[in-house]
Structures are given as C-alpha cells and as structure tokens.
Design a protein around this ligand. Sequence first.
Ligand SMILES: [Zn+2]
Length: 160
Amino acid sequence: MTRRQAALAAVWLLVVVGLPCLGHFWRQRRASRCAFDGLAITPIYRVKLVDQSGHSAEFCCLECALRWQATRGPVEQVWVTDEISGQQILSQDAIFVRSPVVTTPATGNAVHAFATTADAQRHIRASGGRILLGPGRPFAAQQQSRTPYPQSKSASATSE
Ligand SMILES: [Zn+2]
C-alpha cells in the first residue's frame, strides 16, 4: 500500500465511521437539553410533552413544561419521570408532591413526580411538603378537558 492509498483509506475510515458517531453524539447532546430554556436535562426530572401530531419536546422540569405549554396550547400526552425508578409515566398516573426540595435551581421547580403513593409519602417524611390533588396538580386543567373515551353519539342525539 502506497502512502497515498494509506491516506485515502484513513480519510475513508474517518468518513464512514467518524461521521455517524459524530452525528449520534450531536443528537444525544441536543436531546438532553430543555426545549424551553436550554438547560441540561437531569434524567430523573425529565418531562416530555407530545402534541396531537406526535411531535415531542423534552424539558428539564415541570415548571418549564408548564410555561412552554402555556404558550403552545393543549398537548396530547404529558410524560413525567418517577424520581425513584427513573421510568417515564403518564402525568395522570403520577403522584405529585410540592416540597422544599428544589429540583432545578434556575426555575425554582419544587414539584416532584412519583409512581407510587408510598414513594411520595417517603419523600414527604424525609423533606416535608404535601401531595398535590385535584386542580392543584400540574396539567390538571388539560386532564379534565380530556375524556378517556369518545362521548357516545346517542347522548348528544337525545339532547337535540
Ligand atoms: Zn428547562
């Protein structure tokens, strides 16, 4: 192999292997930033909003997700992260706790999401705070406006 062939092989390897790797890391870096304020997302506080067309945006905390939604209108799904397991759960299934523990100093968010009442109560025993109920829950207005099943047509027909 001549020096020229070796140089060409090195360039080829850089393009074939290097570019996809670079693209992968660039996408990961982008994906781990809050869509509202650009802060790095701590995985256990990640919030994801999905709109009617299936597009999603991720946020560093509930506060940013709520501010972003206020400017964009209702979304289809709200996914929050269970602080204990790191699993994403739908917001209507989450137990929310407001406590003195701030998750994101930049936004002052102090609302925490848990998958179980037992984990929420453990957090309250350790740090104080209270479980958020009814309209005090994040995204509560949106959940009230949405129904799990389509309204039956016979119900609207009888009212006419
Ligand atoms: Zn944010």
